[in-house]
Ligand binder design. Sequence first.
Ligand code: 6PG
Length: 230
Amino acid sequence: MMQLNQFADTQALNAVFANRLTDILQQAIQERGAAYLVVSGGKTPQALFTALSQTQLAWDKVTVLLADDRWLDDSQPDSNERLVKATLLQHNASAARFISLYANTSTAFDGAPQVLERVKNLPTFDAVILGMGEDGHTASLFPCSEQIKQGLAADAPAVLAVAPTTAPYQRISLSAARLLNSRQLFLHLVGANKLAVLDKAMAGDDVYAMPIRAFLQHPVATVTVMYTAN
Ligand SMILES: O=C(O)[C@H](O)[C@@H](O)[C@H](O)[C@H](O)COP(=O)(O)O
């Protein structure tokens, strides 16, 4: 299921979204003593991360990880880890624990087992923030990749290596099954072109053609879409 929330601009969206995430994490800490937040890389979330980094929260009880990363070390400009460290894990949020999806191996396929060790025993996430590409990919579950069946399988491991054919870099991605194991799922979209992709995703049902459908059309999970045109 999908619930669409539209905002006047990114500032309004980020203010509401940062508050909502803070409330969710706060409640998790109260109930369980710890909170787990999964974020996406790419361009869309950067201002949200800056807003979130300044919120009042027991950040030392929060674990942050990425939904996916490019197989690059964090000195590289296109590393999502680099982005998260530079924007989210600053100010108050610098106290959070971060779990890296990168290992120093030449390929993501060689490194995936090491990353799986770090992720496989994590509990249900409290919030997952997904992004979406214009081809309908989310995290690094790319429709063009040979690994897409594995990434969307109900019994997939928590983490898999992906080689996109229409986007740069090998990737490491949480599987759809692992991402869906969250109390809250958000999809963060900025730009009318992303709304058009969302409409297309809702209008068909081939999950391998548009992997975001595995979330938007999941029989049980609700995806809260946080959208603004600009
Ligand atoms: O590593 C990544 O690139 C992502 O996590 C990816 O899934 C992203 O969320 C979408 O591609 C949207 O990217 P933009 O926000 O840059 O449009």
